[in-house]
Design a binder for this molecule. Structure first.
Ligand SMILES: Cc1cc2nc3c(=O)[nH]c(=O)nc-3n(C[C@H](O)[C@H](O)[C@H](O)COP(=O)(O)O)c2cc1C
Length: 339
């Protein structure tokens, strides 16, 4: 199957089928401490900040979603328009499709509608296994005018795909070489199976500038693949695989000093508030944004305005006015016994 056909499949399956994990992302185990006596004005709540030198108005990044087919063009444009309006960061889907077929490049181009956003390219770790690919990636990043690149780790997805990559030999070394080669910030992300504290430490040693933990509890990529495979037994068996997002975040936060993006089923402002209180710098989101962007940029903007309202409401209710007060604030979040 061509990459283009696979990209169309992924979009359709994520739009039409139930691809959410059955298990939860772990944030339900945490409670925020209600502060009954606030002493500031809701209108003074400030959720702006800085991530890798980029000034954002909302602590949110549109996670890597798509590119590489005609359907992706409209989705990326709608995502980018809203990213520009709200001053938030955005990533595209894997650029392998445009590297393999230059004619697909148009589906990743967003600078006409989003000249100022922190736009992040994307490629899989397995693609770094050949040094000749380094230049191809650099050209692809220049074409889309990216400011940084995400390297995605999607081992579980590859292994349950009939046509998936199996050879991950020397991947850490390849990542180190690539980071030395490319003259832009390199971030690493999972795709929904989570990053452990130990792996975060390995990544920090490789000089990545930030990680997106993309834990389990949101979109399940083994579940997505279950719908695509003729023999779906392996994908079905691993449909619930992965470190829940909250657990992955807590492990990574205590292991490394790197900026951390928390994602994996973080779809509302209360959960986002919990994630930042547990040490996240930004929240990432993919699944729900795909659905809204597929409708229209207005639908997407409404969804995100509601997310922002929820986040600010939660912040007021825990008595913090800005992200500095919220981040890593152990006083306002409590882990309840698992029942
Ligand atoms: C349709 C779709 C395509 C995706 N493609 C990519 C990709 O090409 N590269 C990548 O790093 N992640 C990709 N992801 C994974 C997301 O970036 C994200 O890590 C994952 O969906 C978990 O977040 P969520 O629960 O907010 O959806 C994709 C997600 C969706 C919904």
């Amino acid at each position: 199957m061509s990459i283009k056909a696979r990209k169309i499949d992924h979009i359709k399956i994520c739009l039409d089928k139930d691809v959410q994990f059955n298990k939860k992302n772990g944030f339900e185990r945490y409670e925020l401490k209600h502060n009954a006596l606030a002493d500031f004005d809701f209108n003074d709540i400030d959720i702006s900040g800085n991530f890798l030198g980029f000034e954002f108005q909302v602590p949110l990044i549109i996670s890597s979603i798509t590119g590489g087919c005609n359907e992706a063009e409209k989705i990326n444009k709608n995502l980018a328009k809203v990213a520009q309006r709200l001053s938030i960061a955005m990533s595209c889907g894997s650029q392998k499709a445009m590297i393999k077929d230059e004619k697909l490049s148009h589906s990743y181009l967003v600078r006409d509608v989003a000249p100022d956003i922190f736009y992040i390219g994307n490629i899989g770790l397995d693609y770094l296994n050949n040094i000749d690919n380094f230049d191809r990636i650099r050209i692809a990043l220049t074409k889309i005018k990216a400011k940084a690149i995400f390297i995605h780790l999607n081992l579980a997805q590859e292994l349950v795909q009939g046509e998936g990559e199996r050879n991950f030999a020397n991947s850490r070394e390849n990542l180190e070489h690539f980071i030395k080669f490319i003259d832009m910030p390199v971030l690493v992300k999972e795709v929904g199976f989570g990053i452990s504290g130990e792996i975060a430490l390995e990544l920090e040693k490789c000089n990545v500038v930030a990680i997106d933990i993309a834990g389990a509890g949101g979109t399940s990529w083994t579940k997505v693949e279950k719908y695509r495979q003729k023999d779906h037994r392996l994908a079905k068996r691993f449909a619930q695989w992965g470190i829940p997002s909250a657990e992955s975040l807590v492990q990574c936060r205590s292991a490394v000093k790197l900026p951390i993006i928390a994602s994996g089923g973080i779809y509302d402002g209360i959960t986002a508030c919990k994630a930042i209180a547990l040490g996240a710098d930004l929240i990432g989101m993919a699944g729900p944004l795909l659905k809204e962007a597929n409708k229209s940029s207005q639908a997407l903007e409404e969804y995100l305005e509601n997310f922002i309202l929820e986040l600010k409401t939660a912040m007021m209710l825990v008595g913090v006015k800005n992200l500095k007060e919220l981040k890593n604030n152990e006083k306002i979040i409590k882990l309840y016994p698992f029942v």
